[in-house]
Ligand binder design. Structure first.
Ligand SMILES: Cc1ncc(COP(=O)(O)O)c(C=O)c1O
Length: 388
């Protein structure tokens, strides 16, 4: 049996000396919450994506919460999203009192399409939230046409898409997109998020809602040039990014393209090494021009060819010191949505087929080529054991 000498996690942040120095400088500066670094990071990220406006937050979930809230999503509205996503998006639709409606995915690309969205569009649909999955972009142009025709809002879940391009333009360069800088993301601030948009009013509302609904944040109140008066304009939350996070964001942003290039190399190596293993299936990259950010390397286990289920297969990889992830278990099959919203198995056959089979292999820029060989060696070993 092939066993790697030490455990290889499925992800690890790319923290270098420049990230550490930047954070230490902020810690020593006397100003550690929202302040000049946060403003600098917002501006740098705005420029990087080509967006017109940007607002940073504690995490991507907070960004999606305030975006949906600022757009007026609430009771009586339906919001369409994939079920193959991280649960936060669907939870937020629910928490805002709206009804989550799931669109089916394309089994090849693992993403919802304008056609599958069209099937569940009703007079009550207020917004569509496509997910740029694993680092590939959805086919944005037809999504935009559909949204315009149906007079519904389009909010892109860009949690996996820092650096992703669609037809030569970065995700976030137009429209409204919500990014995540969670620890495993291509660019991390530990936890963090950013809403970018060409809608100035939306970004202003998000910025207001993220800090108690106050007209001024702490930097504007307590810094030398600030004034301590406050005014609540609307009741808001406390979702502001700190300068500690923003410093990390700035140093990470400076190298994210290089990090993404390394991700692409590792992904290509996986493609080559896994080619002969028929039990492992691969998603098909979108056929329109795009640049993939390789946030996740997703494969599917061909259950017709093996004697175990996906979860047992992953346990066997773990026994060989290979970590994996599941991105994602379909949201509509999870307890709350089954029991309260009345969704469940049978609703989305393609999503369920994928959700039962998919898993993510280790992929992070500090990995060595040898690590990929180890993962593929372990997969070949397990496949040899469980082949029908
Ligand atoms: C597809 C997707 N959407 C939204 C989020 C939420 O982002 P955050 O963890 O920053 O709140 C995540 C991830 O973690 C995600 O993977």
């Amino acid at each position: 049996m092939f066993i790697r000498s030490d455990f290889l996690p499925f992800s690890r942040p790319s923290i270098g000396p420049e990230d550490i120095e930047g954070v230490v400088a902020v810690l020593k500066s006397g100003w550690i919450t929202t302040g000049p670094k946060t403003g600098e990071f917002e501006e740098a990220f705005r420029r990087y994506t080509g967006a017109r406006f940007a607002s940073s937050l504690t995490n991507g979930t907070a960004g999606m919460h305030l975006t949906l809230m600022a757009l007026g999503i609430g009771p009586g509205d339906e919001v369409i999203s994939p079920s193959l996503t991280w649960g936060s998006t669907v939870n937020l639709i629910t928490l805002l009192g709206a009804k989550p409606v799931f669109a089916e995915i394309d089994r090849q690309t693992l993403m919802i399409t304008p056609e599958t969205v069209q099937r569940v569009l009703t007079g009550k649909t207020k917004a569509i939230i496509p997910v740029h999955y694993a680092g590939a972009p959805v086919d944005l142009d037809p999504f935009r046409e559909l949204a315009e025709q149906a007079k519904v809002l389009l909010v892109e879940d860009a949690a996996h898409a820092v650096g992703t391009e669609y037809r030569g333009r970065k995700i976030g360069s137009s429209g409204t997109a919500v990014f995540s800088f969670h620890a495993i993301k291509n660019l991390t601030t530990g936890e963090g998020g950013m809403v970018v948009s060409d809608d100035q009013e939306l970004i202003e509302k998000v910025s207001l809602l993220k800090f108690h609904g106050l007209a001024k944040d702490a930097w504007q109140r307590y810094s030398r040039r600030g004034s301590p008066q406050v005014e609540i304009i609307t009741p808001g939350y406390k979702y502001n990014m700190t300068d500690i996070q923003a410093s990390l964001g700035l140093t990470q942003l400076a190298k994210v393209d290089e990090l993404n290039r390394r991700r692409a190399e590792l992904a290509a190596l996986y493609d080559r090494n896994l080619q002969g293993i028929e039990e492992i299936l691969h998603p098909v990259p979108p056929q329109y021009p795009h640049a993939h950010s390789h946030h996740l390397y997703i494969v599917l286990l061909d259950l017709d060819r093996v004697t175990v289920g996906r979860d047992d297969f992953l346990s066997k990889l773990k026994e060989r010191n290979i970590g994996t992830g599941i991105h994602f278990r379909a949201v509509h099959t999870q307890e709350y949505y089954r029991e309260t919203v009345g969704t469940g198995r049978g609703l989305l056959p393609e999503t369920e087929w994928v959700s039962d089979r998919l898993f993510s292999l280790p992929l992070f820029p500090f990995m060595q080529d040898k690590d990929v060989d180890d993962v593929c060696g372990a997969i070949a070993d397990v496949v040899g054991e469980v082949r029908k």
